[in-house]
Ligand binder design. Structure first.
Ligand code: MSP
Length: 683
């Protein structure tokens, strides 16, 4: 890590140092889930720490709203792309607000400021001679908005596996080939792409040879028009990547915006998920070089959050909503879990069990318990004022060991955190919590408190001072990660507003003596098994809900939802047609219900065994509020037989029962007037 990136020690320049950090901008074809929250939380934590270190910090996030994928998702939802983007973009903004994310701006690619500035960037690159017109014939993956070199018609996308579409268009091309050498020189800087594995992948990709990149499309209109040639829209990835500079004033004619751009660009950290490394590490620096602009200092790629062993994503249907966790445990629990549990850079699994376990072990029983027992004893034995520790000569080795562990925690936390090793950084800080817990147990302040002799009083004062000072150190270090709880602990310690903390100066022994404690309250109530069940239930019921506007709108663009199963309000506009081949991908079959029973502890779910002629399938359906299980046995239903299996409440569901979804959300099962054989295909 170059010391210039994170000057944390003896940073005399303080406010003169700037820090600019960005998240990817999220597509608006999916509702926010904890995969998105993961990146946003990691960036928020870094931004908060940088502010405490005295850097003038700019933290940017936003939404990516153009392109064919969004246009199609909007059509499927029966909305204009703008209406559709407005709704989902607002969901992201509201969620970040509810979580207390400290972003300084939120950019939407459909905003005027962005559109004008992207056109300016396009002109700039064109004027520099790096754009030409040509003809593109090849395969395109709409889901990834990616040109797939070397693919033949009908081939799947190597990234997501969906079938690519053939594109034959006159396009504008970007001379990516002109930058091959310059990019390789850029990668010689080991800080530019992290971690190392991603850097190696990018180097070998670029070494294997680049091709010029098509950067406009003319077969749809949902995008930013190419300057002077409005029949073309700018390729969505050029449009999207540019957000990192348009948001801070690039291309603006206003002096203040230009000044902001000069101050903050280049970005210090651009954080992304590992699936978009190529766009950020190859195309993005090449676009910038072509425009004569500086490249970012570091592109940092993290791994994926997995749920039930695969990447959490809308198209797999295995997402976990952030709101569920906020409702039950709060934002700090999620923040701590994601940064502590996932080794940054690698994939990590999410489960409600692990979340609650971490919450209880590290937050409720760990930091929370340390705070409440220490502060409660200061209240009880010293009338709520931080006591004076005894002078050095009468201190024990155990007291000094805590001071030593705290100093080590400050040092190691700083080094690890600045290398993005959040999990190990938190581990060091929590080693201090464990050491103090042990120290308290061994020194028995409650027993000392019962005695009135001077020696016991003085020992008690030292033990409680030491515990409180260690608590202050952990609270300061952990503040960027768990801002709400630590702000409360800080106030309970009588230290005022934690935002005023100068993290550069954090050392052992600064807790002011005689500080008057504030009102002491528990900060992390312990969660029990019912917390897991509540979260599980909330998620299962959302997933098993019969098709509603939200699920239809989020439908996979390469496997359109059959129009017949959409409620009237979401029927595709008449001009949007799917081919018979698209429809044929959905395997609808007649089945007969053999077994139906309630799923324990769920109001909405039924477990069905459905015979579809060739086999009996277990299906978990969200129809319990509309159908008593016994009325279903022997009934013929329509089942989507080729849906990927998913787990609901621990039960594998192998298919989906087709139902009409009425205004009140009540499902009505599809059926037949004539008798139909089991297993018959609907086509
Ligand atoms: N719109 C593009 C990015 C353009 S940036 C100029 C895009 N959007 S996305 O909505 O698909 O979000 C991608 C980002 O969301 C990932 O790079 C990652 O930061 C985050 N994640 C989405 N799902 C995730 C997981 N399951 N796990 C971890 N991060 C995830 O790509």
């Amino acid at each position: 890590m170059s010391p210039a990136l994170f000057r944390t020690k003896n940073d005399k320049s303080k406010m003169s140092r700037k820090f600019y950090i960005t998240t990817p901008i999220y597509y608006v074809n999916a509702h926010p889930h904890i995969g998105h929250a993961y990146t946003t939380i990691a960036c928020d934590t870094i931004a908060r720490r940088q502010r405490l270190l005295g850097a003038e910090t700019f933290f940017l996030t936003g939404t990516d709203e153009h392109g064919q994928k969004i246009e199609r998702a909007a059509q499927a939802a029966g909305k204009t792309p703008q209406e559709y983007a407005d709704e989902i973009s607002a969901e992201f903004r509201q969620l970040w607000k509810r979580m207390g994310i400290s972003n300084d701006d939120f950019i939407r690619t459909t905003e005027d400021r962005h559109k004008k500035r992207v056109q300016e960037l396009f002109r700039h690159i064109r004027d520099n001679g790096y754009i030409y017109k040509g003809t593109y014939t090849g395969q395109y993956c709409v889901s990834d908005e990616l040109y797939v070199d070397g693919a033949q018609p009908g081939d799947p996308c190597p990234t997501c596996g969906r079938i690519t579409e053939t594109v034959h268009e006159e396009n504008y091309f970007f001379k990516l080939t002109a930058f091959q050498q310059k990019l390789l020189e850029l990668y010689a800087n080991p800080d530019f792409i992290r971690p190392e594995t991603r850097r190696n992948e990018v180097i070998s990709f670029v070494r294997s040879g680049l091709r010029d990149l098509s950067i406009s499309r003319s077969t749809f209109t949902w995008g930013i028009p190419v300057p002077d040639d409005p029949g073309h829209v700018i390729y969505v990835w050029l449009d999207a990547l540019a957000n990192y500079i348009t948001a801070i004033g690039y291309g603006s004619s206003h002096a203040a915006a230009q000044e902001t751009f000069r101050k903050f660009w280049p970005a210090d950290v651009q954080m992304i998920g590992k699936e978009i490394v190529r766009f950020h590490c190859v195309y993005w620096p090449a676009f910038l070089m072509a425009a004569g602009l500086a490249v970012p200092k570091a592109i940092v790629a993290h791994g994926w959050l997995l749920f039930e062993e695969s990447k959490m994503s809308k198209s797999r249907g295995n997402i976990v909503r952030t709101e569920t966790i906020l409702d039950v445990l709060g934002a700090d629990a999620l923040r701590y879990f994601l940064l502590r549990e996932v080794v940054f850079g690698q994939d990590g699994s999410f489960s409600f069990d692990a979340l609650v376990q971490r919450h209880n072990a590290d937050l409720a029983n760990g930091l929370g318990n340390l705070a409440s027992r220490t502060l409660t004893m200061i209240n009880r034995y010293f009338k709520g004022e931080v006591p004076y520790p005894s002078h050095a000569a009468s201190r024990t080795a155990a007291d000094d060991a805590i001071a030593h562990t705290a100093r080590k925690a400050i040092r190691e936390f700083t080094a690890l955190f600045d290398q993005f090793q959040f999990s190990r950084a938190l581990e060091t800080a929590w080693a201090l919590v464990a050491a103090v817990d042990k120290y308290i147990v061994e020194n028995e302040p409650w027993a000392l408190g019962e005695k009135q002799d001077e020696e016991s009083r003085s020992r008690l004062a030292t033990v409680l001072y030491t515990a409180a000072e260690a608590l202050r150190v952990v609270t300061a270090l952990a503040h960027p990660v768990i801002p709400d709880a630590t702000a409360k602990i800080w106030a309970q310690m009588g230290l005022g507003d934690i935002k005023k903390l100068a993290l550069n100066d954090l050392t052992w022994g600064q807790l002011p003596l005689s500080t008057k404690l504030g009102d002491v309250q528990p900060v992390f109530p312990r969660a029990d098994k019912s917390a897991i069940e509540r979260m599980q239930k909330m998620e299962d019921e959302r997933r098993s809900a019969p098709m509603t506007e939200a699920t239809a709108a989020g439908a996979d663009t390469t496997m359109p939802t059959p129009a017949s199963s959409l409620p009237a309000s979401t029927r595709p506009a008449p001009e949007q047609k799917i081919s018979i081949d698209d429809f044929a991908k959905v395997e609808l079959r007649v089945g007969v219900v053999k077994v139906a029973e309630r799923v324990p502890k769920s109001d909405k779910l039924l477990r069905l065994e459905v015979d579809i002629g060739v086999e009996v399938r277990q299906v978990v359906a969200g129809i319990a509020e509309a159908y008593a299980p016994e009325t279903l046995v022997g009934r013929k239903v329509v089942i989507v037989a080729n849906l990927a299996p998913r787990k609901l409440r621990g039960l594998e569901s192998n298919g989906m029962i087709v139902a009409a979804s009425l205004e009140d959300g009540k499902p009505v099962l599809a059926g037949f007037l004539e008798d139909v054989p089991v297993g018959a295909r609907l086509k």
